[in-house]
Every structure is written in C-alpha cells, then in structure tokens.
Design a protein around this ligand. Structure first.
Ligand code: HEM
Length: 294
C-alpha cells in the first residue's frame, strides 16, 4: 500500500479469503472521536433510536455498571452525554407502557443518550458468572449489516457468531481468550467488510433493502467497511465493542487497484457457504465482471 491509500484499503489485502482475528492496538479516544460526518451521523442515529428503538437499543439487567463506566469514558473523550436523562424518554420506557420500574427506564434513557452522542454503534459484553462465556448485555446499534441486534441481546458471543460459517470452529477460543485477558487503556481494532446494493447505513433486515442479484450496474454496488474496537471496562469488568460503518461506492474501490484486486481475490477464494452468508453467492460472477471491467 502506498502512502496515499486510505485506511479502508487494508481490509482487502491481496490474499485468499480467510476469517481473520487481526486485532491491532489503537487509540480508544481516536476511534470514538467526532469526524467531519458528525452532524449527519448523529441525525441518522437520533432518527433510528427514536423511531425504531426496539431494533436499535437494549439494556439488560446487570448492564448498568458497564453503561455507567462507558459514559464516564465517553465524557473523558469529550462526548456531551447529558446527566439528566430526557424526561419524555424516561416516561416512555417506564410505568404503564412497558411495566418497567423508573430506575430501569432511567438507565435505558442514558443508554439511548449515549447512542445519540457517539458516532459509532456500541455494544456491552460481560463474562457470565455461571457459564464463563461473554454475553451481550446491551448497547445501541443503528447501522447493522443485515443482522438483528434485538435477537442477539442476552446471548453468548459463540451463539451470536453461529450464522457465520466456520467462525466458531476457527476462532471461538482465540476470541474468548482474548476477551478474558484484554487490558484497559488501548482499543483493540479490527475490521470486517461486506457488499450491498444499498448505501444506507442502517441495513436492519426488517427494512427489506434490495439484495445483490444480477443483473447489476456498477453504481448499484457499495462496499461496507466495518471498523471495530474492543475496549476493556476495568471497574465493571465488562468489554465495550464499538462499530464504525463506512460505505464506499464500487467506483471508489476501483480507483484503488490494490483494493479492487484484493476484493476480486476474496470473492474468488471465499467458500460458497461464506458467500451465501454474505448474500454474495448469486452475484459473485457479476461482481467480478464489474470489478474487473474498465
Ligand atoms: C474479537 C474478535 C472478533 C472476531 C475475529 C469476529 C469476527 C467476525 C466475523 C468474521 C464475522 C462475519 C462478518 C462478515 O464477514 O460479514 C462476524 C460477524 C458478527 N460478529 Fe463478530 N467478531 C469478533 C468479535 C465480536 C464481538 C465482541 C461481537 C459483539 C457482540 C461480535 C458480533 C458479531 C455479529 C453480531 C456478527 C453478525 C452475525 C450475523 O450475521 O448474524 N463480534 N464476526
């Protein structure tokens, strides 16, 4: 990669496809810092968190200390997470409508407030005292890549990863061991990528967005690069998982020959089960044609 290559290019190395662990130490403050897209991202987050709360946000019992530690961290990075939870949001999630006690509604309102203050999605995990596995206890996910946050909450990470072919047999133990030993301070960063027929950031399956099926034009294909960061929460003994979504038109990928070559090679070498999981199997040849045409 030359100096002019943008960071996302490194997610598409000129290598055969494989599940990669690929965690590198980075800075948590930088990962969560505002970017030039701040106003647009926050407006979109506000929209989804307010109009489709059930698909985007959750906070299970036991997650409050993780949330409070994350809010303290966010404030130390300068994020304006207000102390007073919005009374209308608390009212909406307490009492007669949901049966939840005021305290629970207050904590949930703070969970939503953080989701509206930060650009990345955030998820909170904790090792379960009974089974020793890391369980997803809450967070805000406005920009999922075709998975359902509401179905993952409360589950152990190995169960969450079940739909990804061969991931658990190859990486469940390394992931578990890594999460058990993660030290405070750094953010441990990695990235996933996907392709989509829509540039929408929010690709929750309930939205029924168009699928990649041939025939396709170049301007109908987008690369989704998902930058992820894992951060230890030492007080609450939890783990914060941040996800930042970047969407690029295929034409932009083609402007970077290394990336285009890496993507074509990944498509050619990816097992069919993985292509199917990523909704790319029926479009594979069409995508290769688009990638390799002038
Ligand atoms: C720490 C190392 C981790 C690795 C190496 C890893 C790896 C992966 C990979 C390769 C995929 C498939 C993505 C694709 O190619 O489209 C995936 C999906 C996913 N991962 Fe992870 N992951 C890690 C941690 C986590 C954590 C901490 C969470 C938090 C809950 C998480 C939640 C998910 C979810 C929700 C999906 C989508 C599953 C679905 O489609 O149903 N991952 N992960």
């Amino acid at each position: 990669m030359n100096e002019a290559s943008p960071a996302w290019v490194s997610v598409l190395p000129d290598e055969d496809y494989q599940h990669s662990f690929g965690l590198k130490a980075g800075g948590a403050e930088r990962f969560f810092a505002p970017t030039e897209r701040h106003a647009d991202l926050l407006a979109q987050r506000r929209h989804w968190l307010r109009t489709d709360t059930a698909h985007c946000a959750a906070l299970l019992p036991g997650a409050e200390p993780l949330l409070e530690e994350t809010i303290t961290l966010a404030r130390s990075f300068g994020a304006p997470v207000s102390d007073a939870a919005s009374s209308s949001i608390v009212a909406k999630h307490a009492g007669s409508e949901t049966g939840a006690p005021m305290e629970t509604a207050n904590a949930f309102a703070r969970c939503l407030a953080l989701g509206e203050a930060w650009e990345p999605d955030y998820l909170l995990l904790k090792q379960d005292a009974a089974d020793g596995r890391f369980h997803l206890l809450g967070g805000c996910v406005c920009f999922p890549s075709s998975w359902r946050f509401e179905e993952k909450v409360g589950k152990p990470l190995e169960v969450i990863h079940t739909p990804v072919p061969h991931l658990n047999e190859q990486l469940a133990s390394p992931i578990h061991n890594f999460l058990s030993r993660i030290k405070p301070g750094a953010a441990w960063c990695r990235a996933n990528w996907g392709l989509s027929r829509s540039p929408e950031l929010n690709q929750h399956p309930a939205r029924g967005l168009p699928k990649l099926r041939p025939p396709l034009r170049e301007d109908e294909v987008w690369l989704r690069v998902e930058d992820q960061a894992l951060v230890a929460l030492p007080e609450s003994r939890g783990v914060l998982f941040g996800i930042r979504m970047n969407v690029l038109p295929l034409a932009e990928v083609k402007r970077h020959p290394t990336a285009a070559r890496g993507l074509a090679r990944a498509l050619r070498t990816m097992p069919d089960a993985m292509l199917e999981y990523k909704s790319l199997l029926s479009a594979k040849e069409e995508l290769l044609r688009l990638l390799e045409s002038e």
